[in-house]
Design a protein around this ligand. Structure first.
Ligand SMILES: Nc1nc2c(c(=O)[nH]1)N[C@H]1C(S)=C(S)[C@@H](COP(=O)(O)OP(=O)(O)OC[C@H]3O[C@@H](n4cnc5c(=O)[nH]c(N)nc54)[C@H](O)[C@@H]3O)O[C@H]1N2
Ligand SMILES: Nc1nc2c(c(=O)[nH]1)N[C@H]1C(S)=C(S)[C@@H](COP(=O)(O)OP(=O)(O)OC[C@H]3O[C@@H](n4cnc5c(=O)[nH]c(N)nc54)[C@H](O)[C@@H]3O)O[C@H]1N2
Ligand code: SF4
Ligand SMILES: [Mo]
Length: 744
């Protein structure tokens, strides 16, 4: 009975995807353990959770299945190549500060690059960008949004003035037409998918554009199975149908937009017949989809990585905005753009502007009045030069001849570029060459292998703070248990480093930092703790502190776009093929998608016992039945996958879901690591890599027993290098890839 008294319930927000589901943790205070997780009755998830929400807290118990929690600060005391050794916080902070000061003195502030973290809170991201800007003196701050929805932010900002989702998630269920392109909500955002299903139940029509037969395709009314890499052609084709069949909203175009005539000129040649030759979708299907979309007054376009992870990502996003503007589908409920953001706080990390071009609240660093305002607020001299994108770090380390333009220090906070960036061979070369690398994380990860200093932080569940869901809802995550180990909150670590470098930061708690955010970023000014506590969330923009003001449900009300003259901008571009096409040596086009059973680079889900059992190394490669047969590989075989840049192992799933000469992998494995294969080519504007298309070949491995041992051996070697206890024999058995992968 006594035990019962120590139980408490903590309302918080799921740490995985950007849907922002609210949940309740049942905690045994005395044991300092989470016992279970229940969906909260309030919030966007309406009392439901997906598997990650339900079981994704086990990493806090540090079961060391994949990797291990960082519990002590560590540095390479004996210089590069020497082992990481545990030291006191004082020594670690001094080591980091001295090295950063040394590099800054020798090469200038722009020789240092830092990241924000889409897995961390708004307050921590705010502080990281402030540290880089005010203490280091550079705008070299960026984060994984660059690998993700940066094209959506860039494209939407140009066309409609705001880079975020224009509608709120619940509005999805009242749409008349949902156009889904390069996005698969059932895997990526299950509780967004639930709204799509509800919309269908209410009579909405769903159009799905994807080269692979996805769960979304399965429930769609129309499935346009395009050839990979042809998004711009299909988007231009739909526009062509809507214009040529006179389904446009003339009044909306005249009153609220500009550039339509020029746009129309470019679109003219993208007839369904012409587009069909590029996309391989029958012309009549394109026509039917264009008509269906063009006739609806409640259309929403939802998209994801199948749009943004291409060198034409930004142009496609502008094209998407064009489709909605020409049909008048903005500024009313259940209309508009839905670039559904991936990580739990990637929206917030962008809002706090852990980005190279703006101060918090998207205030450009190149406008002198913004610079003056932040110099005053922060008591520092700031740079007016746009900083570096994370995806350009290898270029500035390996290929930049001028030492003053090279990157000499990399402060990696809550990311794992040694697994998530494209063309990993080059990334490893780059990380090994950089003078000084810091990893501030909760787990040892692959980037940690290159870190000169490792700073251990508290994780979700061990601290409180604000996060922002994909639909601009600002929510509060709450501390449930006391952290174990010699760890500190991210803002504390950053404050200590900054103070040691001569730019003092003396905050007492995260709340103080949030007050500073509200004071400098007018868009969020009304998102006070009081209101977030009272209403559960506040949706930005929220300009006033008035307790009745809960923010903005949908943007661009009455067709007034967030641009200086209030007018949306039409911009069309010509379709261009992807950068690396299939050829005789590498005859298969490889794309990839996010694994349903895991999240991101798996440091958290890979360390949750229930989730880990859903899927394991070395991941799978979905091959067409024809390709599998031609390569002589059977379902379940371990195969070698090769591109011009590298190779990895994976397990074959032969399936009718994918077309001949195409293959798909999920990207988050250490062994089945897609990024050994991917190309480093970037969109010229968003600088997002063309992750979703490269040329590969698949090789059969005759001796499957050898292959299984080899996979287990590679896995153990990585863990040994990370200094995780590996029990020979036992580990091999545990780590052998599971056949669950094949249930698809
Ligand atoms: N379970 C789970 N959920 C997650 C994540 C996770 O790792 N695991 N990660 C989160 C993050 S960070 C993000 S960004 C989101 C990502 O979720 P999504 O935005 O859905 O991205 P992906 O799964 O990478 O790919 C989406 C679709 O793009 C398609 N595609 C590939 N090539 C093309 C093409 O040429 N054209 C078109 N139209 N489509 C193409 C793929 O077949 C796939 O169906 O998920 C979030 N949610
Ligand atoms: N081939 C291919 N590659 C891809 C993609 C793809 O579709 N295909 N998708 C891309 C996309 S969309 C994304 S978003 C990126 C994601 O790439 P990353 O951002 O590199 O991946 P994460 O695993 O989310 O990294 C988060 C890190 O933060 C740590 N962490 C978690 N919570 C905290 C905290 O509170 N404090 C601190 N300090 N650390 C914390 C975790 O342990 C983890 O190491 O990958 C990209 N890479
Ligand atoms: S849908 Fe996303 S936010 Fe909701 S429970 Fe699942 S992973 Fe968490
Ligand atoms: Mo993402």
């Amino acid at each position: 009975m006594a035990k019962k008294n120590t139980l408490k319930e903590v309302e918080t927000v799921c740490p995985y995807c950007g849907t922002g589901c609210q949940l309740v943790l049942v905690v045994d205070e005395e044991a300092n353990k989470i016992l279970e997780c229940k969906p909260s009755t309030q919030g966007v998830n309406e009392g439901k959770l997906c598997l990650k929400g339900h079981y994704g807290w086990d990493f806090l118990n540090d079961p060391q299945i994949l990797t291990k929690r960082l519990r002590e600060p560590m540095i390479r005391k004996g210089g590069k190549g020497s082992p990481l050794v545990e030291v006191s916080w004082d020594e670690a902070i001094r080591f980091v500060a001295d090295n950063l000061l040394r590099i800054k003195k020798k090469y200038g502030p722009d020789a240092i690059m830092g990241t924000g973290s889409a897995r961390s809170t708004n307050e921590n991201n705010y502080l990281m960008q402030k540290f880089m800007r005010a203490c280091i003196g550079t705008n070299n701050i960026d984060h994984c949004a660059r690998l993700c929805h940066a094209a959506s932010v860039a494209g939407c900002s140009t066309s409609i003035g705001e880079g975020a989702m224009s509608l709120s998630t619940p509005e999805i269920e009242d749409a008349e037409v949902l156009l889904n392109i390069g996005y698969n909500s059932p895997a990526a955002h299950p509780l967004v998918a639930r709204r799509v299903i509800k919309a269908k139940e209410k009579g909405a029509k769903l159009i799905c554009i994807d080269p692979r037969f996805t769960e979304t395709a399965r429930m769609a009314d129309m499935f346009l199975q395009i050839r990979g890499g042809t998004n711009l052609a299909i988007v231009n084709g739909l526009a062509n149908v809507i214009i040529s069949e006179d389904l446009i909203d003339r009044d909306f175009i005249a009153e609220h937009t500009k550039g339509f005539d020029e746009y129309k000129g470019i679109i003219e040649k993208y007839t369904p017949e012409f587009v069909s030759t590029i996309t391989r979708v029958p012309a009549d299907t394109i026509r039917a989809a264009g008509r269906l979309f063009g006739k609806s007054k409640h259309s929403i376009i939802m998209w994801g990585m199948g749009v943004t992870q291409f060198t034409q990502g930004v142009d496609v996003v502008k094209g998407i905005c064009g489709l909605l503007m020409m049909t008048g589908n903005f500024g009313r409920p259940s209309t508009g753009v839905a670039p559904v953001r991936g990580q739990n706080n990637v929206q917030g990390a962008c809002d706090m502007c852990a980005l190279p071009n703006a101060y918090p609240g998207y205030q450009s660093v190149t406008l002198p009045e913004n610079k003056a305002k932040f110099e005053k607020a922060w008591g520092a001299t700031l740079s007016d030069q746009i900083g570096l994108h994370v995806t350009r770090v290898p270029e500035r380390v390996l290929h930049e001849p001028d030492p003053r333009k090279q990157i000499h220090a990399y402060y990696v906070y809550g990311e794992d570029p040694a697994l998530s960036d494209p063309n990993l061979e080059e990334v490893r070369e780059c990380l090994a060459k950089i003078d000084f690398v810091v990893l501030q994380d909760i787990f040892m990860n692959k980037t940690g292998l290159y870190a000169d200093a490792v700073l251990p932080a508290t994780g979700w569940g061990e601290h409180s703070g604000m996060v922002t869901a994909t639909d601009r809802s600002i929510l509060k995550t709450r501390k449930a248990i006391e952290p174990t180990g010699n760890v500190k909150e991210d803002w504390q670590i950053l404050s200590l480093v900054s103070t040691a470098m001569g730019y003092p930061m003396h905050y007492h708690n995260a709340e103080e930092i949030w007050h500073e955010v509200l004071a400098v970023a007018p868009k969020f000014a009304g998102a006070t703790y009081e209101k977030v506590e009272k209403y559960g969330s506040v949706r930005w923009p929220c300009w006033t502190k008035d307790i009745q003001d809960t923010g903005t449900q949908y943007l661009h009300k009455d067709g007034k776009f967030a641009l200086p003259d209030g007018k949306g901008v039409f911009a069309a571009a010509e379709y261009a093929p992807v950068k690396e096409m299939e050829n005789d040596v590498y005859p298969i086009a490889l794309s990839n998608f996010h694994e349903v059973g895991h999240h991101s680079m798996r440091s958290m889900t890979g360390n949750c016992r229930t989730l880990r059992n859903l899927e394991d190394e070395p991941g799978v490669i979905e091959m067409s039945l024809e390709d599998a047969e031609q390569s002589g590989v059977k379902n379940g075989d371990i195969v070698r996958v090769l591109s011009k840049r590298g190779h990895c192992y994976s397990r074959c799933v032969a399936t009718g879901r994918v077309k001949h000469h195409t293959a798909y992998m999920t990207h988050q494995w250490w062994i089945g690591s897609v990024n050994e294969l991917t190309v480093p080519y970037l969109d010229p504007v968003s600088r997002t890599p063309e992750y979703k298309y490269c040329a590969i070949r698949v090789e059969k491995i005759a001796d499957q027993e050898w292959a299984a041992t080899e996979v287990a051996h590679i896995y153990q070697t990585i863990r040994k290098n990370m200094r995780i206890d590996v029990k020979e024999g036992v580990d091999v058995k545990i780590k052998l890839p599971k056949m669950h992968s094949l249930i698809r």
